[in-house]
Each structure stands twice: as C-alpha cells, then as structure tokens.
Ligand binder design. Structure first.
Ligand code: 6R9
Length: 711
C-alpha cells in the first residue's frame, strides 16, 4: 500500500498573491451510491489503491492551491501578465500590472488565440544571455552524457552563448533567415539543443524530426513544411549501435518533392562534435553532394562566437513539431515565441519546484515535445542545469539512470512509465547500489502510470523521500496542464491529480458536449479557455486544427483523452478516444500504420488496433487482408509488411503482431468494427458485445482462431 501523503519538499515557488477565493468546484460532492459507480474497466486497481482525501484535513498549502487556482482561472489575463513579467526578459512589454488589456486576444471559436502580441523578446536570449549577464556565466548549463557511461561534456552558460552563436552565424552564412523553416534530424549530441537555440536566436522556425523516424517519414515532414534547410549528423549512436543519419537524410530528399525543396544540408560529424581530437571523416564515406552539403565542423571555426539575437514578436512562430493524429497525415503543430516559452518556464518551476542550483534530467529525446520543453527550453529559461542523455535506460545495463543520478548529483529526474516498467523487471537491488540521495522530485510523463510502477518509482528510486509528479500534457499544450505540485497538492498514485494554475479543466459529456459538474464522473477531457502554451495552428491547415481540437465540442479545447474524476475531484486519464495509440509513450496514429500497410501491392485492406502491453503500455496489432491475386507466402508477406512499416514510419512503429486474414469485421455500411478487433486482440472475445451489425458474423471465429495461433 502506498501513502497518498508522503512528505513533500516545501515549494518555494511564489505564486500570485491572490485574495483567497475558495474553490468549491473541486470538492463538490455528489449524492450518489458510491458502490454503484464503477471505475473505468481497464483501471480497476487504481481506484483500489488511491486513498480517499478528506478535504477538511487538507493542509494550508493545498487550500492555498485551490484559491490560487481559482484566482488564476477567473483572472486569466492578469495571472499570465504577472507571470510573463516575472519569468521572462522582454525587449518590449506593452502591458502593465495595472493594465493587462490585450494580453490575450481571440479564442476557441476561430482558433485565433494570441498572447502578448506586440510584446518583443528573443527566447535564446532568455535561455542563455540573460544568465551570462546575471552572474551565471560560469554555471554549468548543460551536462551531456554520451552513449558510453562516463562520456561526459559540460557546457557553462558562456560556453553555450559562444557555441550557439557560432551555429547561428553558420546557419546565417548558409542563407537561413528569420521565418525560414530548418529541419533538424539529429541524435542527442550537444549540437542538437544548440542548433535548436541557434534557430531561436536568428528567428528561424525549427522543425525537429525524431531521429528514429524513417526516410519516408522525414521526407513527408520536410515536404509539408517546405523546409529548404536540413541539419543532421553523419551518424547517431545509441545503445552501442550506429545509425547512418546522413544516409537517411539523403534517401528522404530523393522522396516526394524534397529534391526541389531542400537547398542545403548541414552535416555535423558526430565524433568531431564531441571530441576535439577526433579525425575528420572521409567525405566519400558520407556520400557528399558538393553543391548541397556543408560540413558544420569545418564551417564553425570560421564563425564569430557572438551573434546578435533577433527581435521577435511574442506571436512569431518558434517551432513546428509533427505529431500523430487520427488520419494518416501527421500534424505539424505550431508553437509561438512568447506564450510557449513563458509556459515552459512557468510549468517547470511549478511542477518541479525548479531552483537555480538544481540538476534537471529529463531523459526524453529532443525529437518529442517532452525533450523540446523539458530538456531544452524550460530548464535553460530558468537558468538551471539540464542533462542531455544520448543513451537508453538499459545500456550498458539497467543501472544506467541511477549511475547517472549518482555521478551528476541529479536532483530532478523525469522519465516515462514505460522506462520505469522496463527497469522494475531487473529488481530493487540495482537502484540500491547507487547513491540516490541527491534526488528530490521524480517525474512521470507520456501515459498513465500503473500502481506497481508508481510504487517502485516512489519507494525504490525515491526512497519514500521524493515527490512523484505525474504530469499530464500533450504536444499541443506546450507544457504540463494537469499534475500534482510538490509540497502543495497531494500525490495520488495513478492520478495526474489536479489542473495547474491557469488551466480551466472540464469533463465533458461525450455525447452532448455539456460540462459535467460534480465528482465521481467520467467523460472526455477539455479546457475552457486559452493558456499561453497552446499550439496555435496546424502548419498549412488551420481547418484541421479547428476540426481536431476546437470544433468537436464548441467552446472548448478537446484533448482527445477520456478521463475519470474521482470522488475527491482528482483526475485519472483513462485512454485516448481517437485512433491514436500510445506505445512506449510514443503517439502513433493507427491510420499511419494502416496507410503504410496498404502500400504493399498484396494488401487489400488493413486495420490496426492497440492491446494492453505490460511494458510498452500498448502493443500494435495489425490485421491485413491480402488481395485476391496475391500468391505470396504468408510468412514472407508478414516479413515484408514489417519492413514496410519500419521504412514508412520508423522501427518504433513496427507492429507486435501482424495477422493475415481473409476478411475483416465490417459493418454492412462498410466500416471496420475496430471495437471487435480490439477485443479479439486482447483475448477478450467473450466480451464482444453486440455484433449484429456485422456484415459477416462468421469472420469473428476466423479471427479468434488466427489470434490464438499468434499467441
Ligand atoms: C507529453 C506527451 C500526449 C498523450 C496524451 C495522453 C498521454 C501524456 C500522460 C498521459 C496519462 C499522463 N499522456 N501524459 N496519459 N497520464 N501523465 O506525452 O505528449 O506525445 O503529444 O502525447 O499522451 O493520452 O493525450 P504527446
């Protein structure tokens, strides 16, 4: 059993001093027979383990949270106006504490939200220069932990200023201008965050593509963003394996219309970038295309190590990040300069109680939003020390994280439940071998954390001394939106607990779209009013932005997640309601995998569903029906399909099971009944429910038999 009220470090963060307006909404109790309301069926254990919270016994910090939260929601513009002035340095800030009119304009009707428009700042200046100017020139800004343990580089804030400036000037020398999109396809070497910041410095819009994506996926993202510039490395190294990134970039540019789009590929040599004594790689080994490719390691020594930061409007685009949705096409979400950076700084300081002397290790890859916000922007905007981790939790063994915690005296550690689950298997002795006394707060992100993983994280890693923060958010939200706050709000295992300041969270009835009041209720999760970190549009497709997020429930931002609000008002995310899977904390659209499968000439139709997986959260189960003319051997076909998914999306999207079937469960109107496939995949064929609308009910038995063979 875990205690809900483990000792929390006091939060020294100063929130807006508000009049104490007590929110009653959180504890509005509903008169209902408690036993009559079931927990979401796939999370029964959570209800079991989650203790009841008696509001009367709540500490003052918690009561203060409630009043601050209520204040921040009721006075949205005023609240963020204060945060903006205290957390960022603006070149020009047209609002005053007395007058915050215009701090936020637009809304959810047209999706024309703008924060602080007219205000000017540079995010890179805020992440580096101001710390150099304020006495932190020699403080370590970034610790790089390479793939091999002990392969460490440290960069002070003044090192960062020089390095980022050199890269910024190198980008300029290649013709990159304010507003240009720069695609970054790089491994987790120091030059990755530095290139991100260099783009921000000169006002270029970065589009980081996770280096696990295939050449086709990279190509689609370059093409969609019309990105003339690509920055990459010769190779990436992870878990001892070398990945030829430049070669993948070369292949990507051969695909779609990228040959006409990409003018310039800037290549870092990984070895030369991390070791000053490394020898120059042989250009012929890198398939050098002389009128297109530029060697960054040759270019950098020629650059002046100072570059003047570009003045940007708060609403200028800062970056694009592609994420999966319910169609085959990934969405390029656009984040803007002022709102995003404010939200990054605000959330890390609130959720992680981040202090300047903290060593913050978020072990996510910079190719995902978690890496953007909590490896790069948030810790550096806050003037602390960030850790950049190139390897995996299991390389060279399952003690890698804890070894790193000990060596770097990491105080705040942030990972995903899937990584925790993969380590639990190796037992308690491994973390116990290391000195973990530097740890203060442990974070979880990406998917709901199951009780067993939570307990292990809290007891074995955190030694019942550290707060575990379960941070719920999305690529679209820019930063945390629902999480407990150390020393302020209580932990509840499996629950991301309560909304952060400024987030007006609602549970909607999925059918009527009405907000559901009271507690012990289920519905879909939505937000009532804009916050600074919200993505502003989908690149080149605002209609898609509206139809995905703002039109499904008019007046609200729709997260796509289902939620249960328990009797204490605490939130439990119960899974996505769209066709998006969460595999090892990675968002994968079933439609993306399906469109990859049907590219095979022998496949007539494909359907992809998720099924619970003990480590990955969800496993990908694919069903494919062969064309009538297909003569291919089944085993061969499955092999080819697997390769196809790897080459269309990336190895991380490779299905766990590919089942070749003569037919799929279709309704008479020709729709695939995924509900049926999900149940069969999960081995719950006895709970199929109503299948009377199936065109051919006989298909069910065929599929059950096929699935049993797979197991
Ligand atoms: C940050 C990130 C977003 C989706 C989101 C939800 C799931 C993230 C969670 C969580 C339960 C948490 N999710 N954090 N579910 N508890 N603490 O992961 O962004 O890749 O865009 O995924 O991940 O389903 O909608 P992204």
């Amino acid at each position: 059993r875990v205690s809900a009220f483990a000792p929390n470090p006091p939060n020294r963060n100063v929130q807006v001093k508000s009049k104490h307006v007590l929110s009653t909404r959180l504890f509005a109790t509903v008169e209902k027979d408690e036993a009559a309301v079931d927990a979401p069926d796939h999370m029964p254990e959570l209800r079991d383990i989650a203790p009841t919270i008696d509001p009367k016994s709540s500490n003052t910090a918690f009561l203060r949270y409630m009043s601050d939260h209520a204040f921040s929601v009721a006075n949205n513009a005023k609240y963020w106006n204060e945060r903006a002035q205290s957390l960022l340095s603006w070149e020009h800030y047209p609002f005053t504490s007395e007058n915050c009119e215009g701090v936020v304009t637009g809304g959810f009707e047209y999706g024309d939200v703008a924060w602080f428009s007219g205000a000017k700042l540079n995010v890179c200046y805020n992440a580096i220069d101001r710390h150099v100017q304020n006495g932190k020139a020699d403080q370590v800004a970034m610790i790089w932990e390479g793939d091999e343990p002990g392969q460490v580089l440290k960069f002070t804030y003044s090192d960062m200023l020089r390095r980022v400036s050199e890269i910024a000037n190198a980008l300029k020398s290649q013709g990159v201008k304010k507003g240009d999109v720069v695609t970054i396809y790089m491994p987790m070497i120091p030059q990755l965050p530095m290139t991100i910041l260099a783009c921000a410095r000169i006002g270029a819009v970065h589009s980081v593509v996770f280096a696990g994506f295939s050449s086709e996926a990279l190509s689609a993202r370059i093409s969609a963003s019309k990105s003339k510039f690509v920055v990459t490395t010769d190779n990436g190294v992870r878990g001892g394996k070398t990945i030829p990134l430049k070669k993948i970039v070369d292949d990507a540019i051969e695909r779609n219309d990228c040959k006409d789009i990409v003018k310039n590929v800037m290549v870092f040599e990984r070895e030369r970038s991390i070791a000053s004594d490394a020898v120059t790689a042989d250009p012929s080994a890198m398939n050098w295309i002389s009128d297109r490719d530029v060697n960054m390691n040759d270019l950098l020594p020629k650059q002046r190590p100072y570059c003047t930061p570009e003045t940007m409007d708060a609403e200028d685009e800062l970056f694009i990040l592609y994420t999966s949705g319910s169609t085959g096409q990934p969405k390029g979400l656009v984040h803007t300069t002022g709102g995003y950076s404010l939200y990054a700084a605000h959330t890390i300081q609130t959720t992680f109680d981040l202090q300047p002397n903290d060593v913050f290790a978020c072990v996510a890859d910079c190719g995902w939003i978690t890496g953007h916000t909590y490896v790069v922007y948030a810790p550096l905007l806050s003037g602390s020390t960030t850790v950049l981790f190139e390897s995996t939790p299991l390389y060279p063994d399952a003690g890698r994280y804890w070894d790193m915690v000990e060596r770097h005296k990491i105080s705040l550690f942030y990972t995903a439940p899937t990584a925790i689950r993969s380590l639990v298997r190796f037992g308690d002795d491994i973390p116990k071998k290391y000195d973990l006394s530097s740890l203060r707060i442990l974070g979880s992100v990406g998917e709901p954390i199951n009780p067993a993983a939570w307990q292990w994280y809290y007891e074995t890693v955190g030694q019942e001394r550290c707060t575990v923060v379960d941070t719920y958010w999305q690529t679209e939200t820019g930063g945390h939106i629902v999480t407990n706050i150390p020393g302020v709000t209580p932990m509840k295992p499996g629950s991301c607990t309560l909304p952060l300041y400024g987030i007006d969270l609602v549970v909607l009835d999925p059918m009527t779209g009405e907000a559901i009041e009271g507690n012990d209720v289920e519905g879909v999760l939505a937000i009532r009013s804009p916050w600074p970190g919200i993505a502003r549009t989908c690149l080149g497709d605002h209609a898609r932005y509206l139809s995905t997020y703002l039109r499904p429930y008019p007046g609200y931002y729709f997260t796509g997640d289902a939620v249960y609000r328990d009797k204490d008002g605490f939130y439990f995310i119960t899974g996505r309601v769209d066709d998006v899977l969460n595999v090892s904390g990675h968002r994968i659209g079933t439609a993306e995998v399906e469109s990859a499968l049907v590219k095979h000439p022998s496949v007539a139709q494909a359907a992809v569903v998720g099924r619970p997986h003990p480590i990955k959260g969800e496993a990908i189960i694919a069903y494919a029906t062969p064309t009538e003319s297909n003569t291919e051997d089944e085993e061969e076909l499955v092999k080819e399909l697997r390769l196809l998914v790897r080459s269309e999306i990336g190895p991380f999207a490779s299905p766990d099971v590919i089942c070749v079937t003569p037919s799929l469960p279709m309704t008479r109107s020709g729709k695939i009944m995924r509900r049926v496939l999900r149940k069969i995949s999960a081995g719950e064929a006895d709970q199929l429910g109503d299948v009377s609308t199936l065109a051919d009910p006989g298909v069910v038995d065929v599929l059950i038999e096929l699935m049993e063979k797979q197991a």
